[in-house]
Design a protein around this ligand. Structure first.
Ligand code: F6P
Length: 403
């Protein structure tokens, strides 16, 4: 059997193609497969002197722009062919490859080994907007104001939309929802090398370096009060500074927090010690909503609402506070938050999440199986953090002190 493969990514801009391509590369490399990505955008930024952040470059009616883009695609196709000829195993062509015409050209040039097309689909408006914000942080857009950059990137997407044809007649393809990691359609004949591995990579989470941190001490913590939106105490601020010191020699490009002040205040000093770091507050990571018990202490709850206290004690995982949430009912939003984190980050880079006690228990148990009845009791201290690394090949976690 031919053990060389071309992977051709397909999809509109900001649909998670590059994240998916990088994930496949990292995971296959773990199995000692020689993989290289040929990215048309990267080559364009190297080759074209004129700035190509302006959407007009992508207007299909702009003849010059079209020809340059075709030329770039051809160069990458030739390089990919060469790579497989000279020892490479898998060449990944990372570009929109949106039109049928472009894909026919690819099939005619890459005719010496099987091709697997991977189409990435995602229509979640919120995540697309977040993804566009990440894109415009790159040097390509640095000379534009944020508004101009967003407008140009969205216009670029709108130029691709009319020429975009989903995969249909291509011999081997898989269409995935890249946010939810589900397979929408697959038409794959036998004989596509590495297919079982790749399919598995596409639907599973892999996170090489996740730092899962709980916010520093708050005024509510001192009084044993739950929920609320309390500030960090002096001790909490000093914990945040210690975390900042600890992580100052590791690159943390993104910090995901909740929308609560205590997680953002913990993230700020860490971010300030980094060269480049963005804090992304996600509603999905807000602490468990304790409904009518918000801001009360545990002893107040026991006195005022004995049945609530007792029912929660009996089945903490499934119990939901009146007008609030429980661990079980938080699961969906936490999983959604994790999907967002994975969509917006490069799986090989360091990822940091600063959350809360209940939230972090749920995040931890997403990656490392714990029995439901044990999840609400997982130890989530404020003077240590969890380091988690989960790939196809290993599951690793460690509770570490940062000072
Ligand atoms: O006390 C801090 C806190 O994060 C509260 O806001 C939250 O309700 C609680 O911990 C969750 O822990 P448990 O489920 O053990 O009550």
């Amino acid at each position: 059997m031919d053990n060389k493969l071309y992977i051709v990514m397909v999809g509109l801009p900001a649909r998670g193609k590059s994240t998916t391509a990088n994930k496949i590369k990292e995971d296959l490399r773990h199995d000692s497969v020689r993989v290289k990505i040929f990215n048309n955008g990267d080559l364009r930024r190297k080759m074209v002197n004129n700035n190509t952040s302006i959407a007009e470059f992508f207007n299909p009616k702009n003849r010059e722009g079209f020809e340059i883009r075709e030329r770039i695609a051809e160069i990458n196709l030739e390089s990919a062919r060469n790579y497989l000829k000279t020892g490479g195993d898998v060449a990944i062509l990372d570009a929109t490859n949106a039109s049928k015409q472009r894909r026919d050209k690819i099939r005619s040039i890459l005719n010496d080994h099987p091709i697997l097309f991977i189409e990435c689909v995602n229509d979640d408006e919120e995540i697309l907007n977040a993804s566009v914000l990440r894109k415009i942080e790159t040097p390509e857009f640095s000379h534009l104001s944020v508004e101009e950059a967003i407008r140009n990137f969205n216009k670029r997407i709108s130029y691709y939309t009319p020429i975009y044809r989903p995969l249909k007649d291509e011999p081997n393809f898989i269409r995935i929802n890249s946010l939810h990691k589900t397979v929408i359609r697959e038409e794959v004949k036998n004989g596509v090398p590495y297919y079982d591995q790749i399919r598995d990579f596409l639907v599973t989470d892999s996170i090489h370096h996740l730092y899962l941190i709980r916010h520093g001490e708050t005024f509510f913590n001192i009084e044993n009060r739950i929920g609320g939106d309390s500030d960090l105490t002096e001790k909490g601020l000093s914990q945040a500074r210690d975390l900042a010191e600890y992580f100052s020699n590791r690159e943390i490009p993104l910090i995901f927090t909740s929308q609560k002040k205590r997680t953002i205040q913990t993230a700020e000093p860490i971010s300030a010690r980094q060269k480049k770091c963005t804090i992304i507050p996600l509603a999905e990571f807000n602490e468990i909503d304790s409904g009518i018990c918000e801001s009360m202490s545990y002893s107040e709850i026991r006195e005022k609402y004995p049945p609530i206290y007792a029912a929660r004690k009996k089945d903490k995982y499934h119990y939901s506070y009146p007008e609030g949430e429980g661990y079980a009912s938080m699961k969906e939003r936490i999983d959604h938050g994790i999907n967002k984190v994975l969509y917006l980050s490069d799986s090989s880079s360091n990822i940091m999440i600063i959350g809360h006690r209940a939230v972090n228990r749920m995040i931890l148990s997403h990656f490392l199986f714990r029995r439901e009845e044990d999840v609400p009791y997982i130890y989530i201290p404020q003077d240590k953090f969890y380091y988690i690394s989960v790939t196809q090949n290993r599951k690793f976690f460690q509770l570490k002190k940062y000072k």
